[in-house]
Design a protein around this ligand. Structure first.
Ligand SMILES: Nc1ncnc2c1ncn2[C@@H]1O[C@H](COP(=O)(O)OS(=O)(=O)O)[C@@H](OP(=O)(O)O)[C@H]1O
Ligand SMILES: Nc1ncnc2c1ncn2[C@@H]1O[C@H](COP(=O)(O)OP(=O)(O)O)[C@@H](O)[C@H]1O
Length: 199
């Protein structure tokens, strides 16, 4: 970044911090295994934030793969492309005052870092939330039947089973969902945003 770009990003970040919670944009990225609870928590948080007057957009991995990332598969390269595309859109929205919730697996640390760096360069808030549900619990939930399909040999390359998941080392927040209600986990996430002046 040039000095002028760095100053602009610093200025944007400072102005954002001074704004009221409803006016402040941010990307809240929910990373975790399939069936961890990313989508459920994103929509629960979205509903509450909207009711409180925030502008909210959920960039759901499944939906994005039907449009923005149509044609991409689950190779390392395609997942990286998918995640960085979503990160690009998220930053644009967040820099215009939207709370962007991204329930997207994002299994590779380098992809998440690329998204974080893009936000930092623009002075846009980025929160990495690890929905840290253990694989044993996820495979029991198996919302879409993917764990069963993998076990039956019908699919391969399932994140956390026979494909990598690089768990975040320093996420802004790590959320447990096992033996807890959705309401409890969503309330923890909302409380965390409050501590950051975002809710
Ligand atoms: N092989 C494999 N591995 C992981 N996930 C798989 C796979 N095949 C299909 N799916 C389903 O794809 C959903 C969206 O994935 P994402 O775009 O979030 O994945 S990634 O970030 O690009 O890795 C993802 O949604 P969630 O279950 O909501 O996480 C999966 O249900
Ligand atoms: N505390 C919790 N937080 C989030 N989801 C939970 C929790 N407890 C149970 N669940 C259930 O786990 C499942 C998670 O599915 P989903 O949100 O689609 O996961 P993902 O988007 O990570 O693939 C849902 O059926 C949800 O009701």
């Amino acid at each position: 970044m040039t000095t002028a770009q760095t100053l602009a990003a610093d200025g944007a970040a400072e102005a954002a911090r001074a704004a009221a919670p409803c006016e402040r944009g941010a990307t809240v990225w929910l990373t975790g295994l399939p069936s961890a609870g990313k989508t459920t928590l994103a929509f629960a948080l979205a509903e509450r934030l909207r009711a409180e007057g925030h502008k909210v957009e959920v960039l759901d991995g499944d939906e994005i793969r039907e449009f923005l990332s149509k044609g991409l598969g689950f190779s390392q390269e395609d997942r990286h492309t998918n995640v960085t595309r979503i990160g690009f859109v998220a930053e644009k929205l967040a820099s215009n005052g939207v709370k962007v919730l991204a329930p997207v697996i994002a299994p590779y640390a380098a992809s998440r870092t690329a998204v974080r760096d893009r936000h930092a360069e623009a002075g846009t808030e980025f929160l990495e939330i690890h929905v840290a549900t253990p694989v044993e619990v996820c495979s029991e939930r198996d919302v879409k039947g993917l764990y069963a399909k993998q076990a039956a040999g019908e699919i391969a390359g399932l994140t956390g089973v026979d494909d990598p998941y690089e768990a975040p080392e320093n996420p802004e927040l790590r959320i447990e969902t096992q033996n807890r209600s959705v309401a409890d986990s969503a309330a923890e996430l909302h409380a965390f945003l409050t501590t950051r002046g975002l809710a």
